[in-house]
Write a protein that binds this ligand. Structure first.
Ligand code: GLA
Length: 669
């Protein structure tokens, strides 16, 4: 099966492996590593991510012996390498000689050496050193038989999404000049007539550093846009060197798509990645963390434009950076892994291969744990290897959904700015609440960026699409006219790309589509809950909305807006546009989503399953379908299905039982 995006060279079937940091171990352990990798069925490892200081211990002096040996050993064992540019953490000799490359926080604090990622991404000198290291790596290993994929830097922006240094100030000015052309245009866009903020030249502009009160909102939004672009610019610079020297080798970097990663607009990065790679860590304290995991996986597929992608990192068991680091329970690692595969991942990898003895991540689980081979973690590593081998035929198949959720990073940034009607709104929380309602109904969704042509979807949801241009707003109207049920939630369509309010009543960009006009917001106070006329509660938000063509679906049954509409529906062309001007409780939301799903005529992948049983289908080009059933519940689930179960090689003929905690993948007949 051919995939639309390039695939790591020479990796057969599903990619399996993890970050491999041999610089932390002596030769005899490295020998054992290769044996164990073969035993586990590992076929791809990410190497040299944090190896800069080991590879170049002093400026211009290189020590490649150990890495040559590692690459040769892996090649001989048939294990492929996602080789890093080794630039993720500048060595101490560099930061002590050139402290001007260090990043600076909003309040002027310089972030020092001793952790990792201590660099200002806009620093020209840092760029120069990073380009040189990248070139050295590409020239040395470009022809190596183990090389399958380039791994640029590591989790760009992970610790320092925003740098406020003088380098950043300079680059920000250049970015603004390109965006606006003239200072007059910038003054207009930023609304600088307010609070005496008029700029006379670009030289006067700074990043939104700590200020006496609210910084200009458009400045804040533009700085967020700039910072995401600047990280991408760094990626591109390193990528271009690799492409020049090894045009045949695909290139990627590991993204951090989840409901928690706010600051990188990954949709805008997608075209620059040959293959989309994501790192995802389960929120261990969350009893139904598998739902957020699924959201992250669907988002990874969305960034990949529907193409297969790889999970570059997750954990076999506990991590070391959450407040309390729960170890995974029985079957959980396999379920986590195969949920990613179900949602389009063609590779499953971990941080990391062997658990470190020293350093800040020694209590982070790995494929080979401290306790060695007589452990559930190692047995889990072996079992996952066998499972992925059995799933080789799935590679390249795709997930097809009839529901789209519009996800927009600038709206995330801007909707949570200070000086707003409420400080309690969390974009990602809204996204996850709606996503959960679809999950509970067993309905799969695609995550798409604003501006996507969504006319093919039966149902399109835009949660808190606060910042929206007229053209992007029009995309949703087109979908409704063409027959979709379009759902827009509160605090959407409020401002344009420059953060200027659409006048004439909220939500200005969607007023006509929704057939409503809001005259004033009535955010709820902390702990305040009012009721809708279906008897369920709602908190956080309400607004005084007039009907201008729409009909009422739910109204307020009490509170200051008693009798006013809370949810409306407007018939538009072949479809309809729903406005959810409230935040219903989980129960109320599920009922509402149920009604909208019924109006759209969308069915779950498998009807009638327990809510903690996840069912997703992948479709191959030749018409074969693979049904993934992941039982996160504590009771067995019977599924009506015919075909062959790939993990066990058994026949499914009619009623097939997926045991509590287990996973089945059925090639359907
Ligand atoms: C990130 C990094 C890894 C490691 C893990 C730990 O994903 O890329 O180097 O720190 O987190 O969870």
């Amino acid at each position: 099966m051919t995939t639309a995006r390039p695939w790591p060279l020479g990796v057969e079937g599903i990619a399996y492996g993890g970050d491999y940091n041999p610089e932390q171990w002596p030769r005899e352990v490295r020998r054992e590593d290769v044996e164990l990798m073969r035993e586990a069925g590992v076929n791809l490892v990410s190497v040299a991510i944090f190896a800069w200081a080991t590879l170049e211990p002093r400026e211009g002096e290189y020590d490649f012996g150990w890495l040559d040996e590692v690459m040769d050993d892996l090649a001989e064992a048939g294990i492929k390498v996602a080789l890093a540019t080794a630039t993720a953490s500048p060595p101490p000799w560099l930061t002590s000689r050139h402290p001007e490359i260090l990043p600076v926080t909003e309040d002027g604090t310089v972030l020092g050496q001793g952790g990792r990622q201590a660099y200002a991404v806009s620093s020209p000198l840092l760029r120069e050193y990073a380009l040189r290291m990248t070139r050295v790596m590409a020239e040395r290993y470009g022809e190596h038989p183990a090389l399958a994929l380039w791994h640029v830097d590591n989790e760009l922006g992970c610790h320092v999404p925003h740098d406020f240094s003088d380098h950043a100030a300079l680059a920000f000015r250049g970015w603004l000049q390109r965006r606006y052309g003239s200072i007059e245009e910038l003054n207009h866009a930023w609304g600088t007539a307010f609070w005496s903020q008029r700029y006379d030249s670009f030289e006067e502009i700074l990043p939104p550093r700590a200020a006496p009160t609210y910084a200009n909102p458009t400045q804040q939004l533009d700085f967020a846009r700039f910072s995401s672009d600047e990280l991408l610019t760094h990626y591109r610079a390193l990528r271009d060197v690799l492409r020049e020297i090894t045009p045949q080798v695909p290139i990627t970097t590991n993204l951090m798509l989840s409901s928690a990663t706010k600051w990188m607009d990954y949709f805008s990065w997608a075209d620059d990645l040959d293959l989309v790679a994501n790192d995802h860590y389960l929120i261990a304290a969350e009893p139904r963390g598998q739902i957020e995991l699924a959201l992250a996986a669907d988002l990874s597929r969305g960034v990949a434009g529907g193409d297969p992608w790889i999970l570059m990192e997750h954990s076999t068991s506990a991590v070391n950076w959450q407040p309390r680091n729960r170890a995974k329970g029985r079957g959980e690692m396999l379920r986590n892994s195969l949920s990613h595969v179900a949602r389009g991942a063609d590779g499953i990898m971990f941080f990391q291969w062997r658990q470190s003895r020293a350093g800040a991540e020694k209590f982070h689980s790995a494929m080979v744990p401290h306790a060695g081979r007589d452990t559930d973690v190692w047995r889990g590593t072996l079992a996952l290897g066998r499972a992925l081998e059995a799933l080789a035929p799935v590679r390249g198949s795709r997930v097809l959904s009839r529901v789209a959720i519009v996800m927009d990073y600038p709206s995330w940034w801007a909707s949570e700015l200070d000086s707003h009607p409420t400080q309690a709104l969390r974009y990602s929380e809204e996204l996850l609440r709606w996503y959960t309602a679809f999950w509970d109904l067993g309905i799969g969704v695609d995550m798409v960026p604003a501006g996507t042509d969504v006319t093919g979807y039966e149902l399109v949801l835009a949660p808190t699409l606060y910042t929206v241009g007229e053209q992007d707003a029009e995309r949703l109207a087109e979908a409704a006219r063409a027959g979709s049920q379009v759902v827009i939630t509160f605090f959407s369509g409020i401002v344009d790309e420059n953060e200027h309010v659409y006048l004439g009543g909220y939500p200005g960009a969607f007023r006509d589509l929704l057939g409503v006009r809001t005259e004033e917001f009535h955010p709820l106070l902390e702990g305040e809950v009012h009721h809708l006329d279906d008897g369920t509660g709602a908190d956080l938000w309400s607004e005084k909305t007039h009907l201008e063509g729409a009909e009422v679906v739910r109204s307020w049954a009490d509170g200051p807006l008693h009798g006013w509409p809370a949810v409306t529906r407007h018939a538009v062309g072949e479809g309809a546009a729903w406005y959810v001007a409230a935040r219903p409780s989980a129960e109320g939301l599920e009922a509402l989503v149920g009604e909208i799903v019924a109006a759209a005529g969308v069915e779950p992948a498998v009807p009638g399953l327990h809510r903690d049983v996840e069912a997703v289908r992948r479709f191959a080009e030749d018409g074969t379908t693979y049904l993934f059933v992941l039982n996160h519940s504590d009771r067995d689930q019977v599924v009506q299905v015919n075909g062959r179960e790939l993990l066990t090689g058994t026949e499914a003929d009619g009623a097939f039982t997926v045991h509590a905690g287990a996973v089945a993948v059925i090639q359907e007949s």
